[in-house]
Design a protein around this ligand. Sequence first.
Ligand SMILES: [Zn+2]
Length: 360
Amino acid sequence: MKNENLIYPFTAIVGQEKMKNSLILNAINPKLGGVLIRGEKGTAKSIAVRALANLLPEIDVVADCKFGCNPHKRASMCQECTNRLERREELPIKKRKTRVVELPVGSTEDRVIGTLDIEHAIKKGEKRFEPGVLAEANRGILYVDEVNLLDDHIVDVLLDSAAMGVNVVEREGVSYSHPAEFILIGTMNPEEGELRPQLLDRFGLCVHIEGIADLDQRVEIVKRRAFYEQDPAGFQKTWKEEEEKIRKAIIRARELLGQVNISDEILYLIAQIALDMNVDGHRADIMMMKASITLASFNGRREVLKEDVQSAADMALQHRMRRKPFHKPGVEEEKIAGIISHAHPHRHEYVHTHSHSHKT
Ligand SMILES: [Zn+2]
């Protein structure tokens, strides 16, 4: 990664707050299940993803493991690393930046999940595995541009892996699995075709982004871009403090995440929003809860407030509502704000009123 210091700073991206927020939330809490960024071309999507990775703290990896296992977390190690530990070998550790692995257009399933050498397994009785994209993406970010143009089956495999944190490869009765914990970030331009609703629903969050209409902001984008292209190092220096601030906020939020309380009042509010917004199933409620908790941690709080729910609802519901044609963006946000402002603490007499600490 020789161009590492040429990466555009995350905090220097003008506007697009929802996209930036959704990325940060996934960086804090990988269990949010990734984000789908919908919008037109040329809206800084891939710049933002690379900038996010650059912002994240370095991670410890087992230096010679092809999956980059976490040396401090035995439960999520690959079979080889586990075997080595059982033989009381010491695992060599090195630091690594968070990777962004981009799924090449037209990738085959083999390229994505990796390949098992069946002949070798039958002859020698040992499993020889050629890692694929999912192995490379372990503990990093998997970036899928134009996810709507991928084969449905491949999207299915990606979403399965993202949800379970494991990649399972099965060939002719031989099975091999390895850790594949990654943040899935997909982008798509809805004008070029939709994702099936079943696939949409499995992305934890979704944001819709547009080109910026504000004149001042447009000028600011051009100015920053010019400065950056002329003197990338100088530009980065200007943003160093902002970058450091947000990096620290992410680290602090990760520590706080397990301690955030969510009251029954907030849970009722979430359920009410899901009902009023006309969503199918319960995933919307669960994602609103997880995203609200993560937002609270990012804001340095141990308590979820209504304002967290407002931002979380927008990201968790975008892709789960039964949409009407000629839908205007922003309408839902207003409706959600209305539900929140009209909500009153109710039904508490029927339930336990204590707060729960939810594992997310
Ligand atoms: Zn390993």
